[in-house]
Design a protein around this ligand. Sequence first.
Ligand code: NAP
Ligand code: G4F
Length: 346
Amino acid sequence: MKKALITGITGQDGSYLARLLVDKGYEVYGTYRRASTPNFWRLQYLDVLGEVKLIPADLADMSSLLEAVSAAEPDEIYNLAAQSYVSASFDQPLLTTEIDGTGAVRLLEIIRHLNAKIKFYQASTSELYGKVVESPQNEESRFWPNSPYASAKLLSFHNTRVYREAYGLFASNGILFNHESPLRGLEFVTRKITNAVARIKVGLQEKLYLGNLEAKRDWGYAKEYVEVMWALLQQEEADDFVCATGVTRSVREFTQLAFEIAGLNYEDHVATHQLFMRPQDVELLQGDCTKLKQAIGWSPQTTFEELVRLMVEEDIRRWQDHQSGKTFPWDAFNYADDMTLVQRHV
Ligand code: NAP
Ligand code: G4F
C-alpha cells in the first residue's frame, strides 16, 4: 500500500486530495496546525476524517516537519500548506515568506537527507505570472510576482526545480490557476460571494462589500484539480505543469451570475469598499494547459456556470438547513459578516 503525506490537509485542496488518495487505496497522513479550536470540518464534510492519520506540524518549524516525515515514511509528499490568502501577504509578508517560500525548502531538505526516493508535489500558482505580459499563460510565460505571496511562491517554485535538477529528486510543480468549491475558505472572493448570496436569500444580510470587480480569473473546480496533483507524481519524470480551464471571467461576472442563480439582482446588494482593495492586484489570469493535456490527458469537466451554480446552491442549502436547526460540518455560521468586518476594521 502506498503512503502519502499531505501538508495542509485541513484546507480545501488537502481535504479533496485526502478523499481521492484514500479512495485510491493510499495510507494517508496529513499535517495540521495545532490550534485552540480544531479545523477538521472539511475532512468531516467529505467523510474522510476517520480514514487519515493526523500529525501536528508547522511549515515554519523544521523539527515538526522532520517528525512528520519520519513518522509517515511516505512515498509521496504533497506540499499544500500555505498562507494562501494573497491579501494577507501584504499585511504579513515575512510570515508568508517563511511558510510559502522557505517552508518548501525545509521539506526538500528533509527529503534530500532522509529519503531521496520520496516524490514531492509543490502547490505552485498562477499568481506567479502577476503582471502578465501574454495571454493565455503557459509554462514558458514570464513570472512577475505582484505580491509577497507570489514572491514567496516563486522561491518554492524555483527550489522545487533546483532540487530536481541538482539532486535528482522527483519534485514537480503544479502551476494551478484558481480553483474553487463549496469547501473554499470564506475569505476568497468566490465563496465570499456565494455565502453572501445565500445569506441575502434567506434574509440574514442585505449588502455585500467587495474590492476590485474588474479583475479576471481562470476559475476551475477544486475537486478536479487534485486529480492532477496525484497524476503528476505518477509520471515517468518530474516536471512543471500549468493546470487551468482556459476560460477567464471577471469578479463582476461571477457576482452577477451568482445573484442571478438565486433570483436576485447584484446591483441591489453589492458595493465596493476600500478594505477589500489590494495595494496592487493581478488583473488578468487565463491558463493554457496544453502541456498537461498531452502528458496526462486531463481536461476540466465543470464549466464556469456549473461551478458558480454548485457553490451558490450548496451555500443556500446550508443556510436553510442551519435555520431549520440541523447541524453539520460547516464554517460560515461562525464567521463575522462583511458589515461587521467593515465597521470593526481599524
Ligand atoms: P487553504 O484552503 O487556505 O489551505 C491551506 C492549508 O495550509 C490549511 O490546511 C492551513 O491550515 C495550512 N497552513 C497554513 N499555514 C500553515 C503553516 N504555517 N504550517 C502548516 N500548515 C499551514 O488553501 P487551498 O486553496 O487548499 O490551497 C492549497 C495550496 O495550493 C496552497 O499552497 C495554495 O497557496 C496553493 N494554490 C491554491 C490555489 C487555489 O485557487 N485554491 C491555486 C494555486 C495554488 P489551517 O486549516 O489550520 O488554516
Ligand atoms: O479569491 P481571491 O482572494 O483569490 P486570488 O487572489 O486570485 O488568489 C487565489 O488564487 C491563487 C491562484 O491564482 C492562489 F495561488 C491563492 O492561494 C488563492 O487561492 O481574489 C480573486 C480576485 C482578486 O483580483 C481580488 O482583488 O478577486 C478580487 N476581489 C474583489 N473583491 C476580492 C474581493 N478578493 C477577495 N478575497 N475579497 C474581496 O472582497
